[in-house]
Ligand binder design. Structure first.
Ligand code: PRP
Ligand code: URA
Length: 234
């Protein structure tokens, strides 16, 4: 990847979603819900309570690959000249460095696809854990490179209340990030609205926008505790 002068700003695509059955909250957000039969099939497997950690890990990575391709669809590029065995032609190179920031632990399940697709990707880490009583995200670890001028992706499979995403993205902005996308496997409308209210510049890429949260702030229907299912810590 080489650095370029291409602007790394967010796109202005947006859609309207509604949350809840009675409380019709209308939110305007930059959200992309991937639509592909393979993504749906992988998500169904992840949702299934009978799926064990081995299959859960494999399918998280496969779905992560689809999300990675979608989340980088508008990656800035620069023109280059390529000489084929036949003729000169125009090609494209990635125009700025890519950094992914998984939110520990669950976000680790989405890192491998990025390492495979983008071998030069840098990986920063943010450790957050929800307080079991309040569901508020508490920071326990942070290791970030400078994020200025980079195309940054925050990886957290579950966007529930959005507290973790809001905190993680705040820390990424403190490290200089101005172009951040959020990549989740399942999002709740509450989390989408919360993230959007704090960071309206951040586009969200997800495989599903679910119904809402239960009284423990778990996503419904969701898939349960992602970190526990990924690492077999029940
Ligand atoms: C889970 C999940 C997210 C967070 C989402 O992490 O991985 O980081 O909850 O919830 P929120 O949107 O309400 O903040 P958890 O605290 O369970 O930690 P873990 O990943 O280590 O299991
Ligand atoms: N964290 C999870 O792992 N699952 C949820 O449904 C909510 C937060």
């Amino acid at each position: 990847m080489n650095s370029g002068t291409v602007h790394c700003g967010p796109s202005d695509e947006s859609i309207t979603t509604s949350a809840g059955q009675n409380d019709r909250i209308i939110i305007y957000v930059q959200i992309h819900i991937v639509s592909h039969p393979l993504a749906e099939s992988l998500l169904a497997s992840l949702r299934n309570a009978a799926t064990g950690p081995r299959e859960f890990r494999q399918n998280s990575e496969a779905l992560g690959t689809i999300l990675a391709l979608e989340a980088t669809r508008n990656f800035p590029v620069v023109a280059t000249t390529v000489t084929t065995p036949i003729a000169e032609t125009e090609g494209r190179n990635l125009a700025c460095p890519l950094v992914v920031v998984p939110v520990l632990r669950a976000g680790l399940g989405m890192v491998a696809p990025f390492l495979q697709l983008f071998p030069e990707v840098a990986v920063g880490y943010i450790g957050l854990e929800r307080n079991e009583q309040t569901a508020a995200a508490e920071t326990y670890y942070k290791k970030l490179p400078s994020l200025a001028g980079k195309f940054c992706l925050c990886l957290d499979p579950m966007l529930a209340t959005g507290g973790s995403a809001v905190r993680a993205i705040g820390l990424m902005k403190d490290a200089g990030a101005t172009n951040i996308k959020m990549v989740s496997i399942v999002a709740a409308p509450e989390g989408v609205a919360h993230l959007n209210s704090w960071h309206p510049d951040v586009e969200i890429f997800t495989a599903a926008l679910d119904e809402g949260l239960d009284d423990r702030k778990y996503i419904v229907p969701g898939l349960g505790d992602f970190g526990d299912r990924l690492f077999g810590t029940f």
